[in-house]
Design a protein around this ligand. Structure first.
Ligand SMILES: Nc1nc2c(c(=O)[nH]1)N[C@H]1C(S)=C(S)[C@@H](COP(=O)(O)O)O[C@H]1N2
Ligand SMILES: [Mo]
Length: 302
């Protein structure tokens, strides 16, 4: 029995696209978080590519997680991440850049005004959520390091801290967790570095203190608890792709027409909903990102 939730979080499609970002002039202090008012919503547009999306309840988004560093059950990240210390934190940006640097979280977040972005998140497993993130565009951070012309891809690494991450004391994955994007994907305005969600600092289970959010790709591309961002010449190895390249491609754009070898990707279960809904190409962000893949065969480059 699908219960209809209050509509106060309901947003038009427009509200989950970059043309209507909620641009907040907010002060954001890592750890001890200070959010002040001053939020403005852009005017809605007429066109809607997919039906209205309701924000997933915070309780669901913070208790049903994938974060194998804390275990592989959906409840493990919330259950076993209490000892993880997300502050102090620094991110190293290196590789093919003019200004390699290790930058503290507060300075990193200060490179751009904090924004709120309400994005759909589609996990390759076939479930999805709608999450209000806070953070800054990845492009602003990369620009600070000044990528060289030789930089073609961006590689990301999760912190390696087995003393605080029980999953890293197992062979569940090849640690540290690694992800990657092509440089044009990485600097796309939708590509986001989130430090908060639901108006608060990221909970540990969601990737505190800083995680990537790439809303048109399967969720595993949105790497959590990032400590290193490396600009590279060649397509970097990534955790899931290395583990099983046939099942998890480097691109992993949400695509209802390319099935996972073991299940269909045509439909998804939106957490909190009863009936499954159709999965949308590029998770509904095709208007913004389809041009990145012009001329590419998305069946072979999956
Ligand atoms: N370091 C790291 N990042 C990760 C994962 C992980 O296991 N380790 N899981 C990914 C997967 S499969 C998904 S679907 C999303 C889930 O994000 P959420 O728990 O905040 O919804 O995180 C991604 N980022
Ligand atoms: Mo996922």
């Amino acid at each position: 029995m699908p219960l209809r939730r209050p509509r106060r979080w309901q947003l038009s499609e427009n509200a989950v696209t970059p043309s209507s970002l909620v641009l907040g002039r907010r002060s954001f202090v890592a750890g001890a978080l200070a959010l002040s008012a001053g939020v403005g919503l852009a005017a809605p547009s007429a066109r809607a590519a997919v039906p209205a999306d309701e924000t997933t309840p915070r309780e669901d988004a913070t208790t049903y997680n994938n974060f194998y560093e804390f275990g592989s059950d959906k409840g493990d990240p919330a259950r076993y991440s209490g000892a993880f210390r997300p502050t102090p934190w620094a991110v190293t940006i290196d590789g093919e850049v003019e200004h390699p640097q290790t930058i503290g979280l507060e300075d990193l977040l200060a490179v751009s005004a904090l924004e709120e972005r309400i994005y759909r998140l589609r996990c390759v497993e076939g479930w999805s959520m709608v999450i209000p993130w806070m953070g800054i565009p990845l492009a602003k951070v990369l620009a600070r390091a000044a990528p060289l012309a030789s930089a073609k891809y961006v590689a990301f690494e999760t912190v390696l801290r087995p003393s605080e991450m029980p999953g890293q004391r197992t062979r569940l994955l090849d640690w540290p967790y690694r992800e990657g994007l092509r440089l044009d994907e990485a600097v796309h305005p939708l590509t986001f570095l989130a430090s908060g969600m639901y108006g608060e600092a990221l909970p540990n289970q969601n990737g505190a203190p800083l995680r990537l959010v790439v809303p048109w790709k399967y969720g595993f591309k949105s790497i959590k608890s990032i400590t290193r961002i490396t600009l590279v010449r060649d397509q970097p190895p990534t955790t899931w792709s290395a583990l099983n390249p046939r099942e998890y491609g480097f691109y992993s754009n949400v695509n209802p027409e390319v099935d996972h070898p073991r299940w269909s990707q045509a439909r998804e279960r939106r957490i909190g909903e009863f009936r499954r809904r159709d999965t949308v190409m590029f998770n509904g962000y095709g208007e913004e990102v389809a041009s990145l893949y012009a001329g590419m065969d998305l069946r072979t480059n999956y």
